[in-house]
Design a protein around this ligand. Structure first.
Ligand code: G6P
Length: 362
């Protein structure tokens, strides 16, 4: 059928979409760059970012995980406070809104009903909304005031991969554009840094065999797995766990390294797989201490670190990218780990049980 043609030589859409990521990042750089090599962004969106006193990011699933990374970038670079909310919970636990809120909806499909119901609610309250989506004509795009396009191309596999990296890339560009508009002096050129990310991703996509080996060594027969990280690595761990759950059905959770001792470490038994992510200099020491703690209790631990921070015996080292953009590199091994774990278990990689690509019911 037609979908088989689109897959080309790939056995699964997910693998094809993982491999497309370097190209998607380059496409984003191209689409958001003007002739002077500066960021090209709709001036209304720039103004909305200048006018707001607090951004509320609303999203679900993988898009929510991209939002967590986006918050860090917008706060650190543009100095605008950001809250990130799971769409389905927002109306039950509605926060006290600031005077001039701006809502940012992150949605690959632009059709997620949980997000749409928040959009309807906040539009009734008269607040402005920006949608960041892969589908410009989608409901969330049409009903918001502004749209930023992800340019990731159609994503077919239920487990989202290239949309996540596209979302983080576009959020980085938005954060820097806002910073510049506010006159903040930055030594961070996202277009240049994203070009570096794109090459790093290419290297990572050529290392599939090494990742498959990690799966054979750490996840082959297990029923559960933990991902640990601190700071931004914690968010990537959450995404790594979600990917693994979605397609391999291994019970997985992403934990903050420092929180282990407050409960979770009780779950560690002989052979429990723990995947640690270490891409941040300020937590490199403490996350490695957490690895020691779980290893001392029998865990089968694997460290995924970044060039420059790596140590002997690390299981896998991702190429160096800017410290704010590390999720774009470290998530690739997470995606591939999930892919091979699902493959080794004969799971339906592209169409996992009980899940839908876009969920249009609340
Ligand atoms: C569904 C998909 C997830 C996705 C989530 C949000 O649950 O299975 O992969 O992350 O919806 O989708 P969206 O299109 O709003 O990003």
């Amino acid at each position: 059928d037609a979908s088989d043609i689109e897959k080309g030589t790939y056995p699964h859409f997910m693998l094809k979409e993982i491999d497309e990521q370097p190209t998607v990042i380059r496409k984003i750089v191209q689409e958001y760059r003007d002739e002077q090599d500066e960021i090209k962004l709709d001036s209304d969106i720039r103004q909305a970012m200048l006018d707001t006193d607090r951004v509320y990011i609303i999203a679900a699933g993988t898009s929510y995980h991209a939002g967590l990374v986006g918050k860090q970038m917008i706060e650190k670079l543009a100095n605008v406070p950001v809250e990130v909310h799971v769409a389905s919970e927002f109306s039950y636990n509605m926060p006290l809104l600031s005077e001039k809120p701006l809502f940012i909806f992150i949605s690959q499909s632009g059709e997620t009903a949980d997000s749409r119901s928040v959009l309807v609610q906040i539009k009734e309250m008269g607040h402005p909304a920006l949608t960041i989506t892969n589908v410009p004509g989608s409901t969330l795009s049409r009903e918001a005031d502004y749209t930023l396009h992800l340019h990731a191309g159609p994503e077919i596999a239920v487990a989202s991969t290239k949309a996540y990296t596209a979302q983080i890339s576009v959020l980085a560009i938005l954060a820097v554009d806002t910073a510049k508009a506010k006159g903040i002096d930055l030594d961070f050129d996202p277009l240049q840094e994203l070009a570096i990310v794109s090459s790093a991703m290419e290297t990572l996509c050529d290392q599939k065999e090494e990742i498959e080996k990690i799966v054979s060594e750490f996840l082959e027969t297990t029923r559960n797995a933990f991902f640990i990280g601190r700071g931004i690595d914690y968010f990537v761990g959450q995404e790594g766990a979600l990917k693994l759950k979605e397609i391999s059905y291994i019970q997985a959770e992403g934990f903050a390294g420092g929180e282990l001792k407050h409960g979770t470490i009780a779950l560690i038994e002989e052979g429990t797989p723990v995947i640690a992510i270490a891409t941040q200099e300020n937590v490199n020491y403490s996350i490695r201490a957490n690895v020691q703690e779980v290893v001392a209790r029998g865990a089968n631990a694997c460290i995924i670190s970044m060039e420059g921070l790596d140590e002997e015996n690390d299981t896998f080292v991702v190429p160096k990218v800017h410290e704010l953009l590390t999720p774009l590199a470290s998530v690739v091994p997470m995606q591939l780990i999930a892919y091979y774990a699902a493959l080794h278990r004969d799971c339906d990689v592209d169409k996992p049980r009980n899940l839908a690509k876009s969920v249009t019911v609340e």
